[in-house]
Design a protein around this ligand. Structure first.
Ligand code: GTP
Ligand code: MG
Length: 500
């Protein structure tokens, strides 16, 4: 075990959504039934899940490219495409997920916690689902959306079982070095340690990890010294060990006041912690007291003098050691191992129903779309809208009806009107996401599209009977329960809508 902070960049591609199907029902003696094209299945998500069986990010270093399955295409006879399988990646507790820009997306603290790191694309609706009163038999279907493709950074923070806290130069790094194979920097000036060092301690057949935390001083919680940020590294420890310099000659310092001062800083830090990290209160963590530098005669004398008082006052086990002379290390080691083992046994096992799923943050309060002048094309306009960009990805531009449907949706959203208000002239260039087109009111991509009656296949004119689902839908539209054009794209609830 060498690396303290483990870090890896993952290249994720979630599954693409399957395409919707455009199909017309056929039966003997009834050649032209209603539209019966099924929906495409959703693409699989890439999900990170905290597993107690995983302790490092090592596997990801060798396999950083991850891909989830795509959704199957819809088919005729109302057959929906199967959902693409999710790809679940197991990560150790303590993994922090960040965007490429370094923004923290999720702090994976507790067992079973899940985070959708890349969402699969929505499957496209088939023409059966797109049918409505005004569009009895759509001759098109929506394309599946591509799954999310991006990089995320995983960082594994401390996995230390034992966290050493103490004033600068108390001998924390010396103790890590005496107990483990780690060789942290040791020096007689304060704040030698700027980042925690992790060591692995072997006790019989068992092991625990130990980390020295950079020196704490009174006022650290207000930013004095190095501040408290690095205490994040000991949030997950099983036990906190106070390392006390019994040989210090600084006035006003003695073991009892040193410990009290640090406890006050830890308490201040705990209050500043996020309410629910799932890690429990730092103040409830078991403690031990380590009186160091007992090779110095005055220090040993002082240590022996305060031993009982410390035990009584705090109720924690006290050890007198010297890292330099390697005295008193064995009993300390065994006691720490005992507390760590006890902690491991009692670690609350989370039940499946307590699992937390974190979804990527939704951009709340955002307007449906924003119109801006295009800085690159004189007289042109940019329409920024997540929804509209999604609609464009769903559109089959080979199909005039599909393009017309897109035009309807944009008009319905108010884009047409807003463009006119913003001063858009007929023929100017409007850009939405990947798509640029010459703007004509109620027209997109130059295809003339009247607003009603679109999508009626002339061969179907004679068809009198409407299907049950079509009647249901029409009645829902009349009663104002659903919007004729709005298929609820982007809403989580509708993800389940056509899962079969
Ligand atoms: N005499 C004596 N000196 C020690 C002992 N342990 C550490 N020291 C000395 O104390 C000084 C500080 O030791 P470090 O281990 O760097 O202390 P630290 O707590 O990690 O200090 P920071 O990283 O600055 O917070 C060094 O000069 C060590 O050699 C000991 O048991 N006896
Ligand atoms: Mg140090």
């Amino acid at each position: 075990m060498s690396r303290f902070v483990d870090r890896v960049v993952l290249h994720l591609s979630a599954g693409d959504g399957g395409n919707g199907c455009a199909s017309i029902h056929r039966e003997k003696f009834k050649p032209l039934g209603g539209p019966d094209g099924g929906n495409g299945g959703h693409g699989g998500d890439i999900i990170l899940e905290v597993s107690p069986q995983v302790h490092t990010l090592l596997d990801f270093h060798f396999r950083p490219h991850m891909k989830a399955q795509r959704g199957a295409n819809g088919a005729g006879d109302h057959r929906n495409g199967a959902r693409g399988q999710n790809l679940v990646l197991q990560v150790p507790a303590g993994t922090v997920v960040m965007s490429e820009q370094g923004e923290v997306l999720a702090d994976m603290t507790t067992e079973g916690m899940r985070y959708i790191a890349a969402a699969g694309g929505h499957g496209g609706l088939g023409n059966a689902a797109l049918a409505s009163r005004a569009r009895k038999a759509p001759g098109f279907a929506l394309k599946g959306e591509p799954g999310e493709r991006h990089d995320v950074i995983l960082e594994l923070k401390s996995m230390a079982d034992v966290g050493l806290v103490g004033f600068p130069s108390a001998g924390k790094s010396s103790l890590v070095s005496a107990l483990s194979a780690a060789k942290p920097k040791i020096a007689d000036y304060p704040f030698t340690t700027l980042q925690p060092n992790l060591g692995v301690v072997n006790v019989g057949h068992d092991t625990f990890t130990i980390a020295d935390v950079p020196g704490l001083i009174p006022g650290a919680s207000e930013g004095k010294g190095l501040g408290l940020d690095f205490l994040r590294h000991i949030e997950r420890t099983a036990v906190l060990a106070h390392v006390v310099d019994a040989a210090t000659l600084e006035s006003g310092r003695d073991p009892i006041s040193d410990i009290e001062a640090l406890e006050a800083e830890l308490a201040a830090y705990q209050s500043a912690l996020d309410a629910d990290t799932g890690l429990g209160d730092l103040r409830d963590r078991p403690r031990v007291i380590i009186l160091n530098k007992a090779d110095v005669p005055e220090a040993r004398e002082l240590a022996e003098f305060v031993l009982e008082e410390l035990q009584e006052k705090f109720g924690w086990p006290v050890f007198i050691i010297s890292t330099v002379a390697r005295q008193g290390l064995e009993p300390l080691k065994y006691k720490l191992m005992e507390i760590v083992a006890e902690h491991r046994r009692n670690r609350p096992k989370q039940k499946a129903e307590q699992r937390t799923i974190v979804r990527p943050k939704a951009v709340a309060g955002q307007r449906e779309f924003v119109i801006e002048a295009d800085p690159e094309i004189p007289g042109g306009f940019l329409v920024r809208s997540e929804k509209a960009e999604r609609w464009i990805r769903q559109t089959d531009f080979e199909n005039d009806e599909a393009i017309g449907y897109l035009g309807d949706r944009l008009a319905k959203l108010g884009v047409e009107e807003a463009l006119a208000k913003a001063g858009a002239q007929e023929g100017c260039t409007v850009t939405i996401g990947e798509l640029s087109f010459e703007w004509e009111p109620t027209t997109i991509a130059g295809v003339d599209t009247p607003l009603t009656g679109r999508g009626t296949d002339v061969r179907l004119e004679r068809r009198e009977r409407t299907s049950a689902s079509e009647r249901k839908r029409a009645s829902q539209v009349r009663r104002g329960l659903i919007d004729e054009y709005d298929y609820g794209d982007g809403q989580v609830a509708d993800r389940e809508r056509w899962e079969g």
